[in-house]
Design a protein around this ligand. Structure first.
Ligand code: NAD
Ligand code: IPM
Ligand code: MN
Length: 356
């Protein structure tokens, strides 16, 4: 028998609501296996900050580091809540975890499910994965303000791209493309961001030589938003920087059937620290506390986590359960107006049916 230690950070808003369902799915998926997940809950996020003034204590970080994986809901204040300055929790908790734990692969798979409606005109299914760089770009916090408040104020946010950082995520994207449909798209904006764009392009060209079975192309990020709406079937693996990947994956979530269905994994490719599994969406203050958030993304994150831990059969059960349930709701037109727990319960019974 084996035991994995899982740190759980529900966070703010709908975070804890959807993570509760992810946990029920995990327990159901492992019910008959000789594997135990040992959960430790961490109370982190805005309420913890309001209570203690602390975002992430050094000791808490070290304790998180000792786990096999982290299951993360969402953090972030309601923009209406003036007590919490924008970005404090995001930067000092979420991004800090991604940076400290070296989550350089921010994996964001996107797919449609047969029959499940999307906002797109064409009903054709698609399936691609965005490999978003997770530790660099404009996210490094390397900016500043000069002459604050004056007419001559200057605000900068410098995007940092290192050869090491770019190459390792490009290498990961090529590996994924080779084991999928063999197509890689580099998304950037090298017509304007020439320095970073050039580094990314060289990294892709260098790796392309090692992967003759992968064909690659390049797309400017603005054009990529058109193609993601007009013909998303063209994508297999997209590799891109931290900020472009952030924006593109909200779009990807929306066009594939809803942001509430979009999972992500923040992966430490070397396994030197725990990887983190978190929906693409945020704390959704507009629907928090109403019990109506879609837990699908969080449940799929649970599947990604199991897969990452090598528990591929249990992972497949979650994936299959979500797939069949979403298709059934669509076919019978019974998916609307369900609560978070009703959705979670439906997934759990599907998983149980696959387990028993
Ligand atoms: P958001 O993703 O929280 O919400 C955007 C829209 O999508 C809202 O209308 C929301 O109701 C809807 N939505 C999101 N998740 C949903 C779900 N599971 N089911 C149904 N509808 C869902 O983005 P936002 O409004 O820009 O950000 C809110 C807060 O969350 C901010 O403080 C932001 O910084 C933070 N945020 C955190 C994360 C994270 O923790 N990983 C990610 C994104 C945003
Ligand atoms: C995401 C979020 C985060 C990001 C924010 C909350 C820091 O939008 O996970 O997509 O920009 O990476
Ligand atoms: Mn985002």
């Amino acid at each position: 028998s084996q035991t994995f230690s899982i740190a759980v950070i529900g966070g703010d808003g709908i975070g804890p609501e959807v993570i509760a369902e992810a946990r029920r799915a995990l327990n159901a998926a492992l019910a008959h296996e000789d594997t135990t997940l040992q959960y430790t809950d961490y109370e982190l996020g805005t309420s913890h900050w309001l209570k203690t003034g602390e975002t992430l204590h050094e000791e808490t970080l070290e304790s998180l580091r000792a786990h096999d994986a982290i299951l993360f809901g969402a953090v972030g204040a309601d923009p209406q809540d003036k007590r919490i300055p924008s970005g404090v929790i995001e930067r000092d908790l979420l991004l800090k975890l991604r940076f400290e734990l070296d989550h350089y692969i921010n994996l964001r798979p996107t797919r449609t499910y047969p029959g499940v409606p999307t906002p797109l005109a064409a009903a054709e299914d698609f399936d691609f994965v965005v490999v978003r760089e997770g530790t660099e770009g404009p996210y490094v916090g390397n900016g500043g303000t000069l002459r604050r408040g004056s007419e001559h104020e200057i605000a900068t946010e410098v995007s940092v791209n290192t050869a090491h950082g770019v190459r390792r995520v490009v290498a990961d994207a090529f590996r994924r493309a080779a084991s999928r449909r063999g197509r890689l798209t580099l998304v950037h904006k090298h017509n304007v961001l020439t320095h970073a764009g050039n580094l990314w392009r060289r990294a892709v060209e260098e790796h392309a030589a090692q992967y003759p079975q992968v064909s690659w192309d390049y797309m400017h990020v603005d054009a990529a938003t058109i193609h993601m709406v007009a013909d998303p079937q063209r994508f297999d693996v997209i590799v891109t920087d931290n900020l472009f990947g952030d924006i593109l994956t909200d779009l990807a979530g929306a066009v594939s059937g809803g942001i509430g269905q979009a999972p992500s994994a923040s992966i430490n490719g070397e396994g030197t620290a725990p990887s983190m599994f978190e929906p693409v969406h945020g704390s959704a203050p507009d629907i928090a506390g109403q019990g109506i958030a879609d837990p699908t993304a969080a449940v799929l994150c649970a599947g990604l986590m199991l897969d990452h831990l090598g528990l591929d059969q249990a992972a497949a059960r979650i994936e299959r359960a979500v797939h069949t349930q979403l298709s059934q709701w669509a076919e019978q037109d019974t998916g609307q107006g369900l609560s978070t727990t009703e959705r979670g319960e439906a997934y759990v019974s599907r998983i149980k049916a696959l387990t028993d």
